[in-house]
Design a binder for this molecule. Sequence first.
Ligand code: CA
Length: 430
Amino acid sequence: MMRSMSRPKLSALGISILLCAAGPTGALAQTAPSQAQMTPAQIVAQNRIEDAKFAAFVKDFRDTALKAGISPEIYDRSMTGISRNPRVAQLNLNQPEFARPVWEYLDSAVSPDRVTNGQKMVATYAQPLAHIESRFSVPKEILVAIWGMESNYGEAMGNFNMFEALATLAYDGPRADFGRKELIAALKMEEQEHLDPTKMTSSWAGAFGHTQFIPSAFLAHAVDGDGDGKRDLWHSAPDALASTASLLADAGWHLGDAWGYEIALPKDFPYEEADVDNVKTVAQWRKLGVTKISGAELPHGEATAGIYLPAGAHGPAFLVFDNFKTVLKYNNAASYALAVCYLADRIAGGAPIVASWPRDEIPLSRDERVAFQADLKKLGFDPGDVDGVLGHKGRAALRAYQKSHGLPPDGFATENLLEHMERDIVAKGS
Ligand code: CA
């Protein structure tokens, strides 16, 4: 993953930590709340406690690792002398204050440079890519797009010691289970591939190499792409691209099918139907008045697709097929999948998105997202936990609220809508 120091994302079948459609890199990341109000002396004292907990974990986890089949030599040489990484611990607790709007995310994820460099990579690696495409039936542009998204074509692969990063996630905190599982996988990978543990570098979240695999994804999907008999995702772009193709093939990529395309919705479109997971046949969408963005009719096909509205009813709309969902297996954020697919289209010479983004909309802050959920609750809708994370349940509640007020039920939280709800609460209270 690029910007691995600050991007709150785990990659390649990792858990996605994104709070919103916009995804990666919240504009303003807070420091760990636990240390925010401490004096320097308190921080030193707390770090001492955490370091002791970490050392105890490294000692205790040895048994777990050995039971999982890791040899004592491998464990000791990888885990002896590592320390808790405070930067990883901090990134692990980060909650972005503002979710980045999806249009800003796409501006940088699919920048003109990223497109041009992707086209150069398609040319440079034409031969291995052709081989990979025929071996795994995954288009080269998708692979190169993931490469661009994950490490800016090998430029930013992460400089943390993988064992330090994963052990810091594993010893305590919200991703302890993930960290433990990946730590075992990293040790297995080291043993299988005869790696030097000091040279196994990763992002803060343990993703590594050109296409930012996590160790368990490596064990499950990695292949040798350049024919030297080794699977080296750090030093061989063909190995990383072939492994990514292998992962997407295993996830069900279907060559020849579209990932999706931009569409236009009629004025009276039932927005409650717009959801990636609400699949209908193309023919059914056609009946609801959906057209291609050009205005041309949708085909009569029986292929099934959902509708993705990255910015709600006031932004571009996409019809997304099964291949789009395959990319979600790589990173479970729809905005990420859109960025990959759109970048792939642009690399292949495709046109930019036609509809305009609601760029004047201000993203909700974390506090506002909490207020949003609390307001929905006050108004008799059930948004689930009031935690600032607008998930599935929250969006469903929001759609119900919008529908009951004659607003397009797109489930997209905006400041206007928050004000709308607050006026409602005042009116009800008086
Ligand atoms: Ca190789």
